[in-house]
Design a protein around this ligand. Sequence first.
Ligand code: PGA
Length: 316
Amino acid sequence: MNRKRKGVATHHLIRHATLRQIQVFEAVARNLSFTRTAEELYLTQPTVSAQVKTFCEAVGMPLYEQVGRKIYLTEAGEMAARSCREVIDTLANLEMSIADLGGLKRGRLRVSVITTAKYFAPVAMGEFARQFPEIDLELKVTNRKGLLQRLENNLSDLYISGHVPPSNLDLEVIPFAPNPLVVIAPRSHPLAEEQDIPLERLARESFILREEGSGIRSTVERLFTEHGLPIRQRMVLDSNEAIKHAVVGGLGLAVVSQHALNLEGENSPIATLDVQGFPLERQWNIVYPRGKELSVVARHFLEFLREKGTSYIKLG
Ligand code: PGA
């Protein structure tokens, strides 16, 4: 009798929620918008609202709050979104495995990369897509903080990240390729001709820094703090490309990944400075949650990256 009641409680959602509701709620939680979800799923907005309402009733807790047109997930909503994503992923993986059994490489590949990997990732994905033309690709470029949030929310299959700070997440971290950081200045800058420049000298210059949440920003801040030096911050920019332009425009010096200078030709207006301790040797890692069952396509891409990935990377 007891066992029966327990069973009933455990299967409440199986009996009251549908896969369609799970799909719609996951999309609302990701987009934080009914309108965008309706567009994404080719549904009308009243259908989206009705599906989400029934799902909330089935869960028995408020899953979101709406303030004006904005949607905020409650704690239960965050938990529900993660579970919905797992259900959808499991079914998508099943589809891909079944297609694989039939010799078809089909499905989707979602990759999130750190800002500096945006120069190489599209090239590698392009080559991979030529081998497997039936695969839908999604590439998200974000900073370190954004990448960790995406990992936490299980939004991609694989991640390419710089330094992975300790966290509660149990992660598989595969060192992948070098990601050196260098100091740049306009070519006409007096320091461009100097050698072995001490950090103390650099500290007298103004800097263009990346935004809070950026791995490069925290590396630079840590370096200056360790040497007891202040940083003269002139400007904050959240794009490595915009930083290069601001440097050329004379707004200050900056620390960027050497990958960001790849497309600069011989006559680039940017000079790499010869600063003591630089380049800062760092690396990119391929990361994914340990224990996450990777889809067939994600496993192929992981193998592809490990075997051939570095051949798409040019440094210096
Ligand atoms: P960031 O990281 O975009 O968070 O600064 C860049 C990197 O680690 O290469």
